[in-house]
Ligand binder design. Structure first.
Ligand code: LER
Ligand code: MN
Length: 267
């Protein structure tokens, strides 16, 4: 499950703020990991967070970074070089933390939301910044970065798995992969399963939400075919719940745990 360490305007987050209580809930329900959404790693004491994770036997597969854009406007493609510099600097803090926790660093909304006429330039900035960050990740001992295609209502660049693959090939860094989110894919992909299969070597992490961004099982996405596809490509990574707190924050996590348990994804 994705867990935010602080309050945020980003809505598709069932669990936020009370980290101690949220991690206990996840442990109690049988989850093996907590994906941490962190606006600024400098705001948290590593040892405190790590001891809560250890106490609840939770790994951290990935770190979310989008709140730095949503709350502060930091963007890798901002027209202002100072904004790009601050975004890069912030992501270095995420990379340092990711090296300590052995998690991927997510490139979602931190890539920014360029206007139509800025798109071409923005893709050049993104390519340059990601190339630099991938080198930095390697030097720091981080597992690397994962680029998340987001639907067209959230950003104007990298909406599909193919566009992500294309950029990754151009950058040519082995430690840059894809985070595939079922909610975004349902809006943008011609065929979710074919897209996943075509990017099999690059898919490093999965976000699960149903068609309406409620927990899996509460909409009309075909998750059994999705899991079958992941199995067929030999996917060894995590699947992480990122959805709206519906019907309410605790109930939706319980529903998701039952959904995963029925498919033997958690025990
Ligand atoms: C985040 O993982 C996500 O899916 C987006 O909608 C916002 O970054
Ligand atoms: Mn997502």
């Amino acid at each position: 499950m994705v867990v935010s360490l602080s309050a945020t305007r980003f809505q598709a987050l069932a669990l936020r703020e009370d980290l101690e209580r949220n991690l206990e809930l996840l442990h109690h329900l049988g989850f093996a990991g907590a994906e941490l959404a962190i606006r600024n790693p400098a705001d948290f004491d590593f040892n405190t967070v790590k001891s809560l994770l250890d106490r609840n036997q939770l790994s951290v597969p990935a770190l979310g970074t989008g709140q730095a854009f949503v709350e502060e406007g930091l963007s890798l493609t901002g027209a202002d070089p100072e904004i790009r510099r601050q975004a890069r600097e912030r992501l270095v803090l995420h990379l340092e933390l990711s090296a300590r926790l052995q998690s991927y660093v997510i490139i979602g909304l931190i890539r920014g939301v360029p206007k139509k006429e800025e798109k071409e330039q923005a893709l050049e900035f993104l390519s340059e910044e990601l190339g630099w960050l991938c080198e930095k990740a390697k030097a720091l001992g981080s597992p690397g970065l994962i680029l998340e295609p987001l639907n067209r209502y959230e950003t104007s660049i990298i909406n599909t798995v193919f566009e992500a693959l294309d950029l990754i090939r151009k950058i040519g860094a082995a430690n840059l992969g894809i985070l595939a989110d079922s909610f975004h894919m349902n809006i943008e992909e011609k065929n979710i399963f074919e897209s996943i299969a075509s990017a099999s070597g690059s898919i490093r992490h999965i976000h699960l939400a149903d068609s309406n961004r409620w927990p899996p099982g509460q909409g009309h996405l075909d998750f059994d075919s999705l899991f079958q596809t992941l199995k067929s490509i030999g996917y060894q990574g995590w699947v992480s719940g990122e959805y709206l707190p519906k019907p309410d924050p605790e109930q939706c996590v319980k529903l998701f745990a039952d959904f995963l348990r029925a498919r033997r994804i958690i025990s």
